[in-house]
Write a protein that binds this ligand. Structure first.
Ligand code: FAD
Length: 496
């Protein structure tokens, strides 16, 4: 409530925030988390907490009146539809040249993501986080993150035969016929549960196409892992539907302004609290936007010139391929991806063999590529519009497209197939308008010290994807979690 004082306030409940909350509460510190999204613990009008991907509704989008589906078209026809404005789970946040998809709610991105839990190859780590000791990461913090997240592997003999991974087996066949390494990747989805779903003995989630708007069963999200453990200490409080708008120094502590919102996004109360320490864990975009604004508007004028810089899209680009009639990908597709094509060393691309869970046979293979796109953007405060802008340009995706083509041009040539041009518009091959993997903006050892302490303000920390300079070579949340584990270890040992 307004006027309260807390020892530690954490802004955001995604990976970075959840690691901070667990390790601090275990160390005996009381933690209060502030989350702008909903708690997602109560069933909706259909008896389920989350909406299905095939039937988006009021729960699906963050304060939009029309859906903004990543695949906007099918057979060229637009598939978006009107929905009531609501504090839904997936934010399609528009900047000038890119739409950044993010999870909103207690658990952050863990609520909406595909659960792919990939530790980067060690030889790539130096390019990902150049000032972090790889021995510590690979011996201690990556294993700790994998354990905390509940990462598991699919039973490959089951994968070889089950209908819902036919699309993935077609992906393997085409990769291998063109000489590309095909790799299985771990996941946080409970693979035993998926077997039971597939056998029809439990309610379906992944096998019924649930993804993007939440999984009602099976996925080990942060509220079931890190946050559940933190709550069990009795030292954690979480305020959903509360958005931090300002942080300012006040003697030895910080004054934090928080707006409480209702489910249509209107502010219903403004609260002012004080905190000895504040952890920014609002995600790459959320943390960068807040700190860029607070530096510019005079609330935190001593932040250094690196704040807002070094933002990247993890080189994300999507595409589909049209298969021949003898290569159907299956009417039933598990929404949980299990594998990728690794052409990072030779071509700068790691392509996730992704599902297209439409419920009908599409003869399409669909891929989300992560590429070594070197372009980086910057956030800036736009005072007249009262918002933070990002100067990314759509044309900056061209290197990502070229790297993805290093895989798919070759596969198309070998198979005698073509790209699908009906998934992102009419005659549009590349999904180059979006990212699922925002990274950077408050880069480690630049805007902060080498452990996330913000320069100029003792007691202020960044502990989320904003620290990572734009690329992780694979899907990012395991690296975000492991880096947070490393940083909080140091911070608890030396600052508390
Ligand atoms: P987030 O998880 O984004 O958490 C930030 C939280 O802060 C959010 O809950 C947000 O609502 C809250 N917040 C923001 N601003 C404020 C504020 N001012 N006040 C209060 N709260 C605030 N990664 C993988 O590794 N594997 C995958 O398979 C994968 N699939 C993905 C699929 C989709 C559709 C999407 C969108 C992402 C996917 N990702 C995947 C990416 C992954 O989810 C993110 O990298 C990760 O969630 C980022 O973690 P974070 O801790 O930096 O922030």
């Amino acid at each position: 409530s307004s006027g309260a004082h807390v020892p530690v306030l954490v802004i955001g409940t995604g990976y970075g925030g959840s690691v901070a909350a667990l390790r601090l509460t275990q160390a005996g510190v009381d933690v209060h988390m502030v989350e702008m999204g909903m708690a997602w613990d109560t069933p909706g009008t259909d008896g389920k907490i989350f909406a299905n991907t095939k039937t988006p509704d009021y729960r699906s989008y963050w304060l939009r009146t029309r859906t903004k589906q990543p695949l906007s078209n099918f057979l060229g026809f637009p598939i978006d539809k009107d929905v009531p404005r609501y504090t839904g789970i997936l934010d399609a946040e528009d900047f000038s040249g890119i739409t950044v998809y993010q999870g909103r709610g207690v658990g952050g991105g863990s609520l909406v993501n595909g659960g792919m839990a990939v530790t980067p190859r060690r030889e790539n780590f130096g390019a990902i986080l150049p000032t972090v000791n790889p021995d510590e990461m690979y011996n201690t913090y990556y294993p700790r993150a994998n354990a905390g997240l509940g990462v598991n592997n699919i039973d490959q003999s089951w994968w070889e035969t089950v209908d819902c991974y036919q699309y993935s087996r077609v992906g393997r066949k085409h990769a291998q016929r063109s000489g590309f390494p095909f790799v299985f990747v771990p996941n946080v989805y409970d693979m035993q549960y998926m077997k039971q779903e597939s056998a029809g003995s439990v309610p379906k989630s992944a096998v019924d196409g649930e993804l993007l708007y939440g999984n009602n069963y099976g996925k080990k999200t942060l509220p079931k892992t890190y946050l559940a453990q933190a709550k069990a200490t009795g030292r954690l409080a979480i305020s959903p539907l509360h958005k931090v708008t300002s942080v300012q120094r006040d003697g030895a502590s910080y004054t934090v302004v928080i707006e409480q919102i209702n489910t249509t996004g209107d502010t219903v109360a403004t609260k002012v609290v004080t905190a000895d320490r504040v952890f920014f864990a609002a995600g790459s975009v959320g943390t960068s936007k807040l700190l860029t604004k607070l530096k510019a508007n005079g609330a935190l004028p001593g932040l250094n010139g690196e704040v807002g810089k070094g933002w990247g899209d993890n080189g994300n680009v999507m595409c589909g391929r049209a298969n021949h009639l003898w290569d159907p990908t299956g009417a039933v597709q598990s929404s949980i991806p299990t594998a990728g094509i690794d052409n990072w060393a030779a071509g700068g691309a790691f392509a996730e063999v992704a599902p297209l869970p439409t419920g009908i046979e599409t003869f399409a293979s669909f891929y989300l590529s992560i590429t070594k796109n070197p372009n980086r953007a910057e956030f800036s405060w736009n005072a007249s519009a009262d918002r933070v802008d990002l100067n990314w340009q759509t044309a900056w995706k061209q290197p990502a497209i070229d790297m993805a083509k290093s895989i798919f041009d070759k596969i198309n040539a070998k198979e005698g197939t073509i790209y699908r041009t009906d998934l992102f518009g009419v005659y549009k091959t590349w999904g180059d308008h979006l990212t699922y993997h925002p990274l950077g903006g408050v880069v480690l050892n630049k805007a902060t010290d080498n452990y996330g302490r913000l320069h100029g303000y003792s007691g202020l920390y960044v502990i989320d994807g904003a620290l990572i300079p734009g690329n992780t070579s694979v899907n990012p949340f395991v690296t975000i979690t492991a880096l947070a584990e490393r940083n909080i270890d140091k911070i608890i040992a030396t600052d508390f």
